[in-house]
Design a binder for this molecule. Structure first.
Ligand SMILES: [Zn+2]
Length: 55
């Protein structure tokens, strides 16, 4: 699973004007899923791709 940080760097994800993470391809804000460990799993509700976000 790619990290949020790397996806922001490569342009797969961007931040909108409210600092929310948005999938660049779909233009949708990401969902937050609890991974039950360190950090969060973020997913796009449209394309289903997931990214790992560390605190
Ligand atoms: Zn997407």
């Amino acid at each position: 699973m790619n990290s949020v940080r790397k996806a922001l760097r490569t342009g797969t994800l961007r931040k909108d004007t409210y600092e929310r993470l948005v999938c660049e391809d779909c233009g949708r804000p990401l969902r937050t899923d609890d991974r039950g460990g360190v950090g969060w799993r973020r997913s796009c509700p449209d394309c289903g791709r997931t990214w790992k976000q560390l605190p």
